[in-house]
Design a protein around this ligand. Structure first.
Ligand SMILES: O=C(O)CCC(=O)C(=O)O
Ligand SMILES: [Fe+2]
Length: 209
């Protein structure tokens, strides 16, 4: 991948994100990276655990709020998706350089919403740990059709909203602290890679926020 072209693309995405608080990017990953991520996702499906809400010791399962199963990833262990981690590192560099952010980490998980799964309207920053700065989702649903549900609903400041279909290869980035969003009930297994770019140290974030 030509790094300069990639940086140009990042600049236009970051521009849109700064103006609107979110950006939707189709065909976000190159084909080989996308296939690596999807293959790795499928190979881990037996190891997913029911997701909870809340940070650290406050985490608890509430299926009436969120019904997905997740598998947490780490760059060090999950080298099968090394090309994806490079994309994340590049994103962090661009945000820090051009948006004056001080991102220095990230956390990502795979998510599967089984049929009937949803996630009610929420913000991604935890009450007791507000270092999630940019939410970062890549969808892995091939052949997704209207009627399959599972749309991401994004709420704007005037409380109007719009739907984003979780189409394969589509990425959504948004500001974690200001964009309320929900996942509508899915009628099929719905696959994604979801993460957050983190501002650290998070204690300072909590102090400031
Ligand atoms: O998968 C999505 O579209 C959004 C998931 C989400 O909101 C979350 O995990 O916090
Ligand atoms: Fe969320």
């Amino acid at each position: 991948m030509n790094t300069e072209i990639q940086i140009e693309k990042w600049l236009s995405w970051v521009d849109e994100l700064s103006c609107n608080d979110y950006v939707v990017i189709d065909n976000f990953l190159d084909t080989s990276t996308y296939l690596e991520v999807r293959e790795f996702f499928l190979s881990k499906l037996n190891y997913f655990a029911q997701a909870g809400i809340g940070a650290l010791d406050k985490n608890a399962v509430h299926t009436e709020i969120r019904g997905d199963y997740t598998f947490w990833l780490t760059k060090e262990r999950d080298t099968e998706i090394a090309a994806f981690w490079e994309v994340v590192d590049q994103a962090i560099q661009v945000f820090n350089r051009y948006c004056f952010l001080s991102l220095s980490g990230y956390e990502f998980h795979f998510a599967n919403y089984p049929p009937g799964g949803h996630y009610t309207k929420h913000l991604d920053q935890f009450k007791n740990r507000n270092n999630r700065t940019i939410s970062f989702i890549v969808y892995l649903n091939e052949g997704w059709q209207k009627g399959d549900g599972g749309e991401l609903e994004i709420f704007k400041p005037d409380n109007s909203s719009f739907l984003v279909e979780p189409l394969a290869g589509r990425c959504v980035l948004f500001k974690s602290d200001v964009v309320p969003h929900a996942v509508l009930k899915s009628y099929k297994d719905r696959y994604s890679l979801t993460g957050w770019l983190l501002q650290t140290p998070f204690k300072l974030g909590q102090f400031l926020g």
